[in-house]
Design a protein around this ligand. Structure first.
Ligand code: FE
Length: 204
């Protein structure tokens, strides 16, 4: 299979970044701890919080959800999330019958505007290769098993199309505001390797 549809950074880019980082650290311009903090922020906080807002809106607004599932890119852009690595989006909905998982088998295609930077495991060969062969096994390792009666669908992202999972709204959240609901939405629940938090988990 050709990988022409995937975004491939120039071969020397990692080396260039490393060299730049070393130089900035040597000169005292940048603390590596600060850089780690910055990456962590994009990977865990800023990025996935955007996707969480999209999910929470879909949970509370049926018309938005309809647009989100039929015209994903445009619906996501309504909330202001668009741009590089998110030009063409498709939202796939989890139900009792279907559980969706997103991957990129060839590299690390990932929807930056909604989820931020991909986690290390998403880019790693074991996840990329195993998720298509044994998705239930992978889900079990993530402690995110689904019933045997639930069909598991794996979506392979490319530079042309990025996926995000719309997880099921947790029970016990009737009457919750969009902001409260967004707090339950985890990054992994939007990749399909996890579930949203329950109200109890949020409280604890
Ligand atoms: Fe890719």
């Amino acid at each position: 299979m050709s990988d022409e549809h995937h975004t491939k950074p120039p071969a020397d880019i990692a080396l260039r970044v490393r060299a730049l980082e070393s130089l900035l650290a040597e000169r005292g311009i940048l603390e590596t701890a600060a850089l780690d903090e910055l990456v962590d922020t994009y990977e865990h906080r800023i990025g996935p919080r955007n996707g969480a807002k999209v999910v929470a809106r879909a949970w509370t607004d049926a018309q938005f959800k309809e647009r989100l599932l039929t015209h994903s890119t445009e619906a996501i852009a309504e909330l202001g999330f668009a741009g590089v690595q998110g030009e063409d989006m498709m939202v796939v909905e989890n139900t009792l019958d279907v559980h969706n998982i997103v991957c990129c088998t060839l590299c690390s295609c990932y929807p930056w505007p909604t989820l931020g930077l991909p986690p290390v495991w998403y880019k790693a060969a074991p996840y990329r290769s195993r998720v298509v062969i044994d998705p239930r096994g992978v889900l079990a390792e993530f402690n995110a098993s689904v019933p045997d009666t639930t069909e598991v669908r794996v979506w392979d992202s490319t530079a042309e199309l990025r996926y995000i999972v719309l997880p099921m709204r947790p029970d016990g959240t009737e009457g919750w505001s969009e902001e409260q609901l967004a707090e339950l939405v985890t990054r992994d629940s939007m990749i399909g390797t996890g579930f949203p938090r329950s109200p109890a988990e949020l409280g604890g």
